[in-house]
Design a protein around this ligand. Structure first.
Ligand code: 3PG
Ligand code: MG
Length: 401
């Protein structure tokens, strides 16, 4: 279903546009922005709105605040607003409130070309409760609603669903980022150039059961890495030493292997350590992992085998690291997969979250066809979950080229 976009809006001169973005960026130990991909990804929409003679009211959540003002201070939107100001080079004012009289006054005082950033939406209990009163306050701020928060489209928070619902009668469209994400994923799901290869990693099978099933129905091959591979190997009766295993998911893993009917490739060899914090004692083992040793990355034979598959692929979709890549000595497998995707002549799509961060960190993001800003949203969209947030956006009824 195609959705109305910024191109379908009437003249925006002098209008206030309420834009829901996903500025839920990763923060380091000091609360600094560790990766600003999501902020940069929303710039085209904010710029379009400002260039059209409108002002922008930008709203997002950040992290998962617990309601303790002291502990939650790290989730204030100040640094995000600062980063936005640097990137966009336009007047950006940050509010210390989420909603209320001060916000209303500031919104009404906006002049064309100016940006107002609201405080973290999740500081207000109404956001995750989907509260209608809270939504009405936000809805009253803008003449137009834009959803450019692809990473949050799988959530039913007030700003995603109740706010556009309260703006019935006003234009409600998706921004450039959401339009691009939907376009890439829809094309990927309908007519992927083949062979179509899925690469899956990360810690848990349980997080990705639906995604694996959805992939198996569409792809020609699934390459598995990361800690989830030990659950699959154990399910096949292999020895995995002291590697991380989801013991209660062995049946699910077996079911997926049966469903996969030979499409699934598991690691042939592993980088293993006796202690996670002793990378110098690491070694490569083929097949079974000895008692007490822990798998931390895929080994070189696996890397080579996976590289062959990626090299042949017409489409690759990748979600989840191949090992404990945040520790440099265990990052080879993930780096190698990223490099193979970067070198591929096929369509390459990287799911958001830590996979997107890894690709960014390796300096390879520009070499991919698409790096999604969605973590959970990316997985759920590929699974085919309908998003209530998108149902609130007007459908495009004409023909698009
Ligand atoms: C995400 O990063 O997955 C989105 O921003 C949604 O955040 P949440 O998982 O805390 O709801
Ligand atoms: Mg999430």
């Amino acid at each position: 279903m195609s959705k109305k976009t910024l191109a379908d809006l009437p003249d925006l001169h002098g209008q206030r546009v309420l834009i829901r973005v996903d500025f839920n960026v990763p923060l380091d130990d000091q609360g600094n922005i560790a990766n600003d991909h999501r902020i940069r990804a929303a710039l085209p929409t904010i710029r379009s709105v400002l260039d059209a003679g409108a002002s922008a009211i930008v709203m997002s959540h950040l992290g998962r605040p617990k309601g303790d003002p002291q502990k939650d201070a790290v989730y204030r939107m100040d640094r995000v607003a600062d980063r936005l100001r640097e990137l966009i080079s336009r007047p950006v004012r940050k509010m210390d409130e989420v909603a209320g009289p001060a916000v209303t006054v500031a919104a009404q005082a906006l002049r064309p070309g100016e940006v107002l950033v609201l405080e973290n939406l999740r500081f207000h209990h109404g956001e995750q409760a989907g509260d209608a009163d809270f939504a009405r306050q936000l809805a009253a701020l803008g003449h137009v609603y834009v959803n450019d928060a692809f990473g949050t489209c799988h959530r039913n928070d007030a700003s995603m669903v109740a706010v556009p619902a309260a703006m019935g009668g006003k234009p409600r469209v998706v921004g450039h980022l959401v339009a691009k994400e939907l376009d890439v994923l829809d094309r990927l799901l309908s007519v992927p150039p083949r062979p179509f290869v899925g690469i899956l990693g990360g810690a848990k099978v349980s997080d990705k059961i639906g995604f694996i099933k959805a992939l198996l129905a569409r792809v020609d091959r699934v390459l598995i890495g990361g800690a989830m591979s030990y659950t699959f190997l154990k399910a096949q009766g292999k020895e995995v030493g002291s590697s991380k295993v989801e013991s209660d998911k062995l049946d699910v893993a077996r079911e997926l292997l049966t469903l996969g009917q030979g499409k699934i490739l598991l690691p042939l060899d592993h980088l293993v350590v006796e202690k996670l914090d002793a990378p110098r004692g690491a070694k490569i083992v083929e097949g079974d992992i000895p008692t007490r040793w822990i798998g931390v990355d895929i080994g070189p034979s696996t890397t080579a085998r996976y590289a062959e598959e990626i090299g042949r692929a017409g489409t690759v979709v990748w979600n989840g690291p191949m090992g404990k890549f945040e520790d440099e000595p265990y990052s080879k497998g993930t780096r190698s997969v990223a490099a193979e995707l970067a070198a591929s002549k096929g369509v390459t799509i990287v799911g958001g979250g830590e996979t997107a961060e890894a690709v960014d960190e390796f300096g390879l993001a520009e070499k991919m066809t698409h790096v999604s800003t969605g973590g959970g949203a990316f997985l759920e969209y590929v699974e085919g979950t309908p998003f209530a947030a998108l149902a609130q956006i007007e459908d495009y009824c004409g023909k698009k080229s």
